[in-house]
Design a protein around this ligand. Structure first.
Ligand code: CA
Length: 279
């Protein structure tokens, strides 16, 4: 078949055609959000929540804790109540006063919303991470991330979400003011500190993050990870620390981060293609 470049056309017109072809090629490239210095993220959803891959995990992680503006949309559309946390927050702070049950409902709402809109395919779903997935995302070095008990022993007892061990360096994260590593009296806007090796922010501090797991096999208690802006003791700030509380409690130190689970035959590339065609 004759290539367009082999057509007998005047040189000036050929140049114009080449430029048009180049523009067409780049216009059709899948749209991932820009690879800025803050993240290597792969997918941006309809709420402008950004997701990225974590080595070893079969889900995409939100690079941020779920923000006030994300959760407010859910509250408004579902006409739910949402208690005042009693602290000053803007749209980019992590949503707090959110129970495990609220967070789980948020994930279901978002899944339905995006499947209906064609933003994600059937078979994909948003959910809370498991504690084991969260361990991978915080960067715990362990040969078997599915063994939560193993994570709580050995080398993990000296691993923190920041480099360099105890005490935390300046700007290591949003922790208790006594540690002197940040200037935020309570929560901080997500992304205020450096991301970790996967491009995830606030894996240590800001707010505790609900995980999907039951805590110590209790039906009522659920796992939280990562510590908060009120924590200051070394044991509470370990990457491996896991606490539990009843799933209906709402505190100004508790929030959540969602993951996007892909269906068996769905890749990140498929998501981006769907994102592109939905526009
Ligand atoms: Ca956190």
């Amino acid at each position: 078949m004759m290539s367009i470049l082999s057509l007998h056309i005047i040189p000036g017109l050929r140049l114009v055609l080449l430029v048009l072809l180049a523009l067409l090629f780049f216009a059709q490239k899948p749209k991932a959000y820009s690879q800025d210095s803050s993240s290597r993220g792969d997918f941006e959803n309809s709420l402008e929540m950004r997701f990225t891959e974590v080595d070893g995990a079969r889900v995409l992680f939100s690079i941020w804790e779920t923000r006030v503006k994300d959760y407010r949309l859910f509250v408004n559309e579902t006409k739910r109540g949402w208690s005042d946390p009693g602290i000053i927050q803007d749209n980019n702070h992590p949503a707090v006063m959110v129970s495990w049950e609220d967070a789980t409902q948020f994930c279901r709402w978002l899944t339905d919303k995006e499947v209906t809109a064609g933003r994600i395919q059937e078979g994909c779903r948003y959910r809370l991470p498991t504690s084991a997935e969260w361990s991978l995302a915080v960067g715990l070095k362990t040969p078997d991330y599915t063994d939560t008990n193993a994570l709580l022993q050995g080398p993990s007892q000296t691993e923190f979400p920041w480099e360099g061990g105890w005490p935390p360096s300046e700007k290591a994260g949003n922790y208790h003011p006594d540690l002197g590593c940040d200037s935020f009296p309570t929560t901080a806007p997500v992304g205020s500190f450096s991301p970790n090796q996967f491009g995830l922010f606030d894996m240590g501090g800001n707010v505790w993050e609900w995980c999907s797991d039951s805590f110590k096999n209790s039906i009522d208690f659920r796992v939280l990870r990562g510590a908060s802006w009120r924590m200051r003791s070394p044991g509470d700030l370990l990457s491996s620390i896991e606490i539990g509380n009843v799933g209906h409690i709402r505190l100004s130190t508790y929030g959540f981060r969602v993951v996007l689970e892909l269906g068996d035959k769905i890749s990140v590339g498929d998501l981006i293609q769907a994102e592109t065609s939905a526009e």
